[in-house]
Design a protein around this ligand. Structure first.
Ligand SMILES: *Cc1c(COP(=O)(O)O)cnc(C)c1O
Length: 360
């Protein structure tokens, strides 16, 4: 605390990112990174962008990336907004579009950055409890608000809301903005991007961090009606004219030019998620049906924080949120075959140890 802090800064509770450990040889399953490397074509493109060109500013509009994303998702380039990570894109969305007279609604269990942005931009919000099975019931959003935001699939639950339900929300409330954060949609959902030309109250946000294995490159984007994008551009151009550097633009474009690699690695993650789910269920865990690259799981007999701490002594790190309703759950990113094997071996050992401690 300093006497020079503004009122807003004094009141902030910043987001706590998952740990990025400094020690090697950990099985890192705590931040939903992709276990597979980026496409070799991405690496080549970034390497080719390293050179004298770095002397010059990048294209402030990242037009080549917007055109690539527009082509990929079959929209016009002026329907695409790009930013330095989807977290930054979301920040601009909150700033440009979600500060209104009526409150913003989002689920009580969701991406914990949303209330942080509300604090930063002084946006009034109300949370809507998920149902007991962690599903979103759209009837529960039948209350006064200016806008709704949620991830689909939701985080940290992994549960998917069917696209038909999203369309029902859009049609029922044409004067509310619906922001769908599709950070994980490639692992099991259908993108709502296909609805943007029909509904001008829909904005879809995606990231290259998860399904494109590029968390380190920091690229995200939003797709919606051109007038929503124009609002985001106004905020972006009042904040940082060049959010995407030359390397990020080159790498991101290349990621969309290697569809075969994307499909292969995505399918591997999905196959590993299915294996991991059965293995956890066979150890007595309940696993929330996941459409993401992580599982959300609880054991009826063992404390989640204790399991997470014990996994750590086995050099496996997972995420535990000390939050109401979910403090007995672990969020575990789907790793590659070797990582998942290490996780399962450690967990079996821990459950054996706990059983022995109980009976002795
Ligand atoms: C990971 C994640 C993001 C952030 O992605 P970045 O592009 O890496 O900032 C946004 N929303 C949700 C729900 C996420 O899980």
């Amino acid at each position: 605390m300093s006497r020079f802090w503004s009122k807003v800064v004094q009141g902030l509770t910043p987001y706590t990112p998952g740990e990025q450990p400094k020690v090697d040889h950990l099985v890192k399953l705590n931040t939903n990174e992709n276990p597979y490397p980026p496409s070799p074509k991405v690496i080549d493109a970034i390497q080719s962008a390293v050179g004298d060109g770095l002397r010059l500013y990048p294209d402030p509009n990242a037009q080549v990336l917007k055109d690539t994303l527009a082509g990929y998702h079959q929209v016009e380039s002026n329907q695409v907004f790009v930013g330095n990570s989807s977290d930054e894109v979301l920040a601009h969305v909150f700033h440009a579009l979600l500060k209104q007279d009526l409150p913003l609604l989002f689920p009580d269990i969701t991406y914990s950055f949303y209330p942080v942005y509300c604090g930063l931009y002084e946006i009034e919000y109300r949370t809507v409890p998920l149902r007991d099975d962690f599903s979103i019931a759209i009837e529960d959003y039948d209350q006064p608000c200016s806008a709704i935001i949620f991830p689909n699939p939701n985080a940290p639950t992994g549960r998917l809301l069917a696209l038909e339900q999203i369309e029902l929300l859009l049609a029922r409330y044409p004067d509310r903005l619906l922001v769908v954060d599709e950070a994980y949609v490639d692992f099991g959902g259908v993108s709502a991007i296909r609805l943007v030309n029909q509904y001008d109250n829909l904005l879809v946000v995606q990231t290259l961090s998860k399904s494109r294995s590029l968390a380190g490159l920091r690229v995200g984007f939003a797709i919606g009606h051109a007038s929503l994008i124009e609002g985001l551009e106004r905020v972006k151009n009042s904040f940082n004219s060049y959010p995407l550097d030359r390397l990020a633009i080159a790498g991101a474009v290349a990621a969309y030019e290697d569809e075969a690699y994307f499909v292969q690695t995505r399918d591997w993650v999905i196959a590993e998620r299915i294996k991991l789910t059965s293995a956890f269920e066979s150890m007595g865990f309940e696993v929330v049906p996941s459409a993401a690259n992580f599982i959300f799981t609880t054991h009826p007999h063992y404390d989640a924080a204790n399991l997470a701490a014990r996994l750590r002594t086995h050099k496996v790190i997972v995420r535990h949120f000390k939050l109401p309703r979910i403090d007995q759950y672990l969020r575990i990113s789907v790793g590659n075959e070797a990582q998942n094997l290490a996780l399962l071996t450690a967990m079996r050992q821990i459950l054996d140890d706990l059983n022995r401690e109980k009976t002795s």
